[in-house]
Design a protein. Structure first.
Length: 199
């Protein structure tokens, strides 16, 4: 089994790379997706979030209002740390369950937004960083995701710098061009990963 850590700043296109690696046969473990699952209505994770941040982070249907919670935690490092202390152990436990299901010879891609921030690079055989400039990422967040520029800048600022991410990279996937450019680079990366599994 080859353990691949995939990361990139918000708006870099990491999820697009993750999807394309999955289409080529990688087992993708998406930390963000799991982080949403562990705070779904009825979970102990959601109960703990509400006990720390109050019922105002809930929607009328009882689900977590991620935008509201995000606007609280991304403006306050202590509150972000409190949220991470709740969610990260729950995510870690679920990731371990999924990892145990992987067959030998599998390329397992861990889609981990905060890999650099949490010094997780040593956990993986290979670290892939999807890279795009701050200006490109900002334009994507505002243009494609509909975030306000202020909110987008706060989220970018809450993450590792581009330089910090690139320092932990074994493989870099530049993503400022077309989807065709990205597809070609993902082909090269997949060939490299499958070669490593074979050795």
């Amino acid at each position: 089994m080859l353990k691949v850590g995939l990361t990139g700043g918000i708006g870099s296109g990491k999820s697009e790379v993750s999807r394309r690696l999955g289409a080529r046969g990688a087992m993708v473990i998406d930390a963000d997706k799991i982080a949403r699952e562990v705070v779904e209505p009825g979970t102990g994770g959601l109960a703990r979030v509400v006990s720390v941040f109050g019922p105002e982070v809930l929607r009328e249907d009882g689900s977590l209002n991620r935008e509201k919670l995000g606007s609280i935690v991304f403006a306050d490092p202590e509150k972000l740390a409190s949220l991470n202390a709740i969610v990260h152990p729950l995510v870690g436990a679920r990731v371990a369950e999924l990892q145990a299901q992987a067959a030998s010879g599998t390329v397992v891609v861990y889609d981990v937004p905060l890999l650099a921030e949490n010094n997780l690079a040593p956990m993986y055989d290979v670290v892939i960083v999807v890279d795009a400039s701050g200006d490109v990422r900002l334009a994507r967040l505002v243009g494609l995701r509909g975030m306000s520029e202020q909110d987008a800048r706060a989220r970018i600022a809450a993450q590792a710098t581009r330089e910090e991410r690139l320092k932990v990279a074994d493989i870099v996937v530049p993503n400022e061009g077309t989807l065709e450019d990205l597809e070609a680079r993902v082909d090269e990366v997949w060939a490299e990963l499958t070669a490593r599994v074979a050795t």
